[in-house]
Design a protein around this ligand. Structure first.
Ligand code: MG
Length: 433
């Protein structure tokens, strides 16, 4: 007998009724819950569809954890769906709370992405029932459109600067800038040249944190000189240095007036933010790897960050994200929801709803979906002039053409891109991540 079994009456408390004790007069019931995996741009996207007893009324949610897509699908299809059938889809908060503890152990990214797919689908249903977009259900809009940031990357500072100038001409006011490190790539920028030198001979294209630090400082010096001061600049460290170097980088970049420095330290090293804050006023964004909203508590309450980089599906969907945003507002911390290509258009629509309705919105990362993804997901949010534009479509406003989705089957788990491959340093040791 395990300790858990000894400490509890077992996984099912028979005295607790499965149904909530309140009346559910709508008569609408959940009749089906299933996942759809599709990869119109090569990245496996996981979408949850919740069907109801009302003809034509269904909801879609994003549950994409592309590196563990099938594990999420199993969590939804085998574990969550049986608990949802027969429930009133209106009870979003109670359903989220009930499912969150239904495995007893909780808050891992697989379960939270599964929960997120259900949560977003229920918000989508509620919006369709009301005939209103989800941002209206959250209290209405706070802004006309949502400023987004684009990505600029290059082999050297000149290439990155050219991209930044082109994006500025296209109407972008915020740009994330990543540059290759001589002899190696870095997160978001490809390798510039072949590795040379005896010190690196053990590991081709080795990751050199010191060279990275020097290169990044040179990049932003060049950018401010040639792109001016009228553009907001972002850089993503991607936790790819020792915390001591993260502190140095934040201080090094202070003269270049960043909008924010992203993920300077890993989730395991957030205590280092106290040191960093004591040495620099460079604004900090953190959190795309956090899977439990409670992980934000120390960084927000102690004001160790300026922006939360929540991957909305990784923390369980719109319900926990909206509450977290409200808590952050009390501390002057702004939102910067994660918006990469491994969030489906349904997930981007959820980001958009939160962006529009949150008074403490900061910025939104954009992803430009290609034609195939836009055909598979009719209603995919529109980006123009450096902004994400809302529609008045009820719910999240994005549909899924399942017949077309079948044309883009998910990749096999052994195929490239299905597992995260961290770099290695000169001596061969792994660099996180
Ligand atoms: Mg990032």
């Amino acid at each position: 007998m395990t300790d858990h079994a000894a400490d509890s009456a077992g996984p099912v408390e028979e005295s607790v009724p499965a149904e909530p004790p309140w009346a559910q007069p709508s008569g609408v019931r959940i009749t089906g819950v299933r996942t759809i995996l599709t990869a119109p741009a090569g990245t496996t996207l996981v979408v949850v569809r919740v069907d109801t007893s009302e003809p034509g009324l269904y909801g879609l949610g994003c549950a994409t954890f592309t590196q563990r897509a099938k594990a999420v699908a199993t969590a939804v299809d085998e574990y969550l769906a049986p608990q949802l059938i027969g429930r009133d889809p209106a009870d979003i908060t109670d359903i989220a709370s009930t499912l969150h503890v239904s495995g007893y152990w909780r808050s891992g990214p697989v379960l939270n992405n599964a929960l997120s797919g259900v949560d977003m689908a229920l918000w989508d249903i509620k919006g369709k029932q009301a005939g209103l977009p989800v941002w209206q259900l959250l209290g209405g809009r706070c802004r006309t459109a949502v400023p987004v940031y684009a990505h600029a990357a290059g082999r050297d500072a000149a290439e990155v600067t050219d991209e930044v100038l082109a994006l500025m001409a296209d109407g972008y006011g915020h740009v994330r800038c990543q540059v290759a490190v001589p002899g190696a790539g870095t997160y978001g920028a490809p390798a510039a040249a072949a590795t040379a030198g005896a010190a690196r001979a053990l590991t081709p294209n080795a990751w050199d944190p010191a060279a990275y630090r020097r290169t990044v400082r040179g990049l932003f010096e060049h950018l401010r000189e040639h792109a001016g001061s009228q553009v907001e600049l972002i850089h993503d460290v991607h936790e790819r240095v020792h915390p001591t170097d993260a502190v140095r980088i934040a201080a090094d970049l202070e003269p270049y007036d960043l909008f924010y420095l992203e993920d300077p330290v890993a989730p395991e090293d957030i205590e280092w933010l106290r040191v960093l804050r004591g040495r620099s006023v460079t604004p900090i964004a953190i959190g795309e790897l956090f899977a439990n909203p409670a992980e934000y508590r120390p960084v927000v309450m102690e004001r160790l960050c300026d922006f939360i980089r929540v991957h909305v599906s990784a923390i369980g969907g719109i319900t926990p994200a909206w509450r977290l945003a409200a808590a952050c507002e009390m501390f002057g911390v702004r939102t910067a929801w994660h918006g990469p290509g491994d969030v489906s258009p349904v997930g981007h629509a959820a980001n958009l709803a939160l962006d529009l309705a949150a008074p403490n919105f900061g910025i939104q990362e954009q992803h430009l979906f290609g034609q195939a993804a836009r055909e598979v997901f009719p209603g995919c949010p529109e980006i123009r002039d450096g902004h994400l534009w809302p529609s008045d479509a009820p719910g999240l406003g994005v549909d899924l053409d399942e017949r077309l989705a079948l044309k883009y089957p998910p990749k096999a788990t052994a195929e490239p891109g299905q597992a995260w491959k961290p770099p290695r340093r000169a001596d061969g040791a792994l660099q996180r991540p």
